[in-house]
Design a protein around this ligand. Structure first.
Ligand code: GLP
Length: 263
């Protein structure tokens, strides 16, 4: 794993947006995997600035990680709505190229299979942007999710429902189930970039980066990915044992990049 430790949320967002923008520059028809939650919001803001400055996203398509079961598409907290407001509209993506699992489908299993088919038909996800739950979940793959899982129905933990209650008027309104890309679906992405900030994420980051690969900390599955980057601020890096090593390797990477620029 590539671990990048930066000063604060602004730098984390700028770094992740930079990785996304350079992929879109090279491959204008990039298929992005997009996440909800507060963590990637700065990334989207910086990316929107780059679009304003001329980054061409007209051929970019996007797949969301997950969706609540039972919230209509126009519910303000449905991920259809959240992705529209935080990604599709500010970046000016073509809405017909933005996909979110259908949490209102009568046959949820069929909706999950259809989502996997749509990702495959798009040629797979080129870059998957991820946040992380305090309990180590990525997407909505809660602890003990199968490391081989595909898009499916999951039941949310009490911890996740409590964490997400801040987005709802009443904690009881937080749905109990969701559809989420599986851990194996996420591993299929060509590149993954996970962003995390703040002390509430420090334990999860230490577990998934330096702990064993285990279903109890689902994000740890990224250790099996060939191109996984974890970008954190100092607060989220606080429990990493090898933080100095990551800072050193990152300074070497920056040196190499600077040398390439002056060649
Ligand atoms: C949500 C989403 C995840 C997200 C996580 C963290 O429930 N399903 O994709 O990464 O929880 O959210 P936040 O970034 O707001 O802490």
């Amino acid at each position: 794993m590539e671990v990048v430790i930066l000063a604060d949320e602004r730098e984390v967002g700028a770094f992740a947006a930079g990785r996304i923008a350079s992929m879109i520059d090279k491959h204008p028809a990039t298929v992005l995997g997009v996440a909800t939650g507060s963590s990637p919001q700065q990334t989207y803001r910086v990316l929107a600035e780059q679009v304003d400055a001329g980054l061409d996203v007209s051929r970019v398509s996007a797949f969301a990680l997950d969706e609540y079961v039972g919230l209509s598409r126009d519910h303000p907290q449905s991920y259809h709505q959240v992705i529209a407001e935080t990604v599709t509209e500010p970046l000016g993506l073509d809405p017909s190229r933005v996909h979110v699992p259908d949490g209102m489908a009568l046959d949820l299993d069929a909706a999950c299979a259809d989502y996997e088919d749509r990702i495959a038909a798009a040629g797979g996800i080129d870059l998957q942007l991820l946040g992380i739950g305090a309990n180590g979940h990525i997407g909505f793959n809660e602890p003990t999710s199968s490391l081989a899982s595909r898009t499916r129905v999951k039941t949310l933990t009490a911890r996740t429902r409590a964490d997400n209650a801040r987005f709802f008027d009443d904690p009881d309104q937080v749905p109990r189930q969701c559809l989420t890309q599986g851990l194996a679906t996420i591993l299929d992405a060509h590149t993954t970039v996970l962003v995390a900030t703040g002390t509430a994420k420090a334990r999860a980051i230490a577990r998934i980066v330096e702990g064993p690969v285990q279903a109890l900390w689902p994000g740890s599955v990224l250790q099996l990915h060939r191109r996984a980057t974890v970008v954190v601020d100092e607060a989220a890096a606080a429990e990493l044992e090898l933080a100095d090593y990551y800072r050193y390797t990152d300074s070497q990477r920056r040196l190499r990049e600077a040398e390439r620029r002056t060649d």
